[in-house]
Structure formats: C-alpha cells, structure tokens
Design a protein. Structure first.
Length: 274
C-alpha cells in the first residue's frame, strides 16, 4: 500500500487529551515534510512518563501489520543532564527498523525503547539535539521525513544512522505500564511459581491494598470483585513466545480509582495470603 501511516506518541498535555496545540503543530509539520501520509494518529501519554511511552510504542509497533508504518514518539524530560542546558539541549534522537517493517523513531529517553530491545538494533540518529524548546516540531521532523524516504529493502545504511546503542535500560519488574479508560491497570507483573499457585493475592500500590483473585480473564470474577489476569495487550517476543500483559481490574468498577490513580512506573507489591 502506498503512502505512510504515522503514529505520533507524545506527552503533550500530559494525557489530558489529543486536542493539545502541540499535537496539531507537530502533525502540521509532518504533513509539510512527508507528502504521502495516508493516515495520521496521535496518542497522548502522561507528562515525562517514559514507562508509559515505552509500553504504548511497543503495543503499536510490535503488533503492526501495516505497510509503511512509522511510530514517532517524543517524551523528553531532559533528565539525561540535570544541570543548566545550553540552547534547549536534550536527549538525542534514535531509531530502529523492526522485523515487521515498522520504523520507530523518537527521543532516546528513559524506557522509551526498552520493550524494543532484542528485536532489532537501535541506532543513534545523526542530528541536532538542541536548538528549540519544541524539538519534535522544529528539529526532528526532517529526520522522520528522511526515514520515510529510505528504502530498507536495498540494504543500504540510512545516511543519518549513527552508532548502535547498547545501553538501552531494562524495564523495572512488577510496575504499572498503562491505565486504560476503564481503570484497568496494565502491568508487567510476572508471577513467581508460588504466587501462581494461589487463588488470591494481596496487591499493594502506593500503600493502597486490596485482595485480588487470580483469574483466566478479567470477567472471570463476580461483578465488583478484583482480578489479576492476562489482558488484551501483549506481543510476540523475539524468541517466538507470546508476552501477555497482566491487568488488575475491578469488574464493573475502576481498579485505578481504588489505588488512587497511580501513574505508570508505580511499583506493584504482591503478597500471598497468610
């Protein structure tokens, strides 16, 4: 299929919605630079939250079967150097070309690329990482456009490709990754052998605790009860195994509300019942 399918993932507005002016401005700039966009979508994540960004990028990119798909992300808390910065300098741009043909390009910050590690090499992009407070509009779209024009089937190295990055951090264990609109908490929980044998567990997030059932699905409990089960998200790992994202849900209710609406990255503590 001709034309590019662009997914923009960014923290403009801090998950307040995609009506933030920054989304419109970046979208406008991408249409200016890439003349064959057939579809453009934008997804908002919490401000400065690279855990949530990394999850959303992985969910979109690793499951995509769309031709000419580019996932462009920008969550840049500029925490790589907490000292005063000259000329609005920040984290550099990076990219990878996934086995399914999807190109991911975005700021190399925190955990934004963590779930993509092992699928394909991740490279630094040769471009400025300073020059504007709003680099994702003023600096980086030229690189996105260049990536869109590159023919990966030729085997040629992209002209802006820098060194391969080997310092991609692992995502911390047992944390919240994303909260959906129903208040279901998507996590990267991996149960121990002992925990998996239980029918119920204590779950604690930020000192808010409840008892959850271990279930086969989020509707495997009675209305109003809490459950920890494999949810709707996940992807195939590089070794061919399916990664399932466990969700903490309250059937007919809002699990996030019970835990006082934790942000992605919050630690989840599991304990067996006495």
């Amino acid at each position: 299929m001709t034309g590019h399918y662009i997914s923009l993932v960014a923290d403009y507005g801090g998950r307040s919605g995609n009506a933030d002016l920054a989304f419109a401005e970046v979208g406008q700039k991408l249409y200016e630079k890439i003349d064959d966009i057939r579809h453009f979508e934008q997804l908002s994540v919490n401000a400065f939250n690279t855990v949530e960004t990394g999850f959303v990028v992985a969910e979109l990119a690793l499951n995509s079967k769309i031709d000419n798909h580019i996932v462009y992300h920008n969550t840049a808390p500029r925490k790589d150097d907490i000292n005063p910065r000259a000329n609005n300098a920040g984290e550099f741009l990076a990219y990878c070309h996934l086995p399914n043909g999807v190109n991911v390009i975005g700021v190399f910050s925190g955990y934004c690329f963590s779930f993509l590690k092992g699928y394909a090499p991740i490279y630094k992009v040769k471009c400025e990482s300073k020059g504007s407070q709003f680099r994702s509009r003023d600096v980086f779209p030229d690189m996105v456009a260049s990536l869109a024009k590159h023919d990966f089937s030729s085997g040629k190295v992209w002209e802006f490709q820098g060194e391969e990055l080997t310092n991609v951090p692992d995502m911390p264990e047992n944390i919240l990754l994303f909260t959906d609109g129903y208040g279901n908490l998507k996590t990267n929980i991996v149960l121990t052998e002992e925990q998996a044998k239980q029918s119920k567990l204590h779950v604690n997030i930020h000192d808010y605790t409840t008892i959850v059932n271990l279930g086969a699905g989020i509707f495997s409990v009675a209305d109003g009860e809490y459950v920890l089960a494999k949810g709707s998200s996940g992807w195939v790992l590089p070794n061919g195994e399916r990664k399932f994202v466990f969700e903490i849900s309250r059937r007919g209710g809002n699990a996030a509300g019970h835990f006082n609406f934790p942000k992605p990255g919050a630690k989840i503590h599991l304990q067996t019942l006495a």
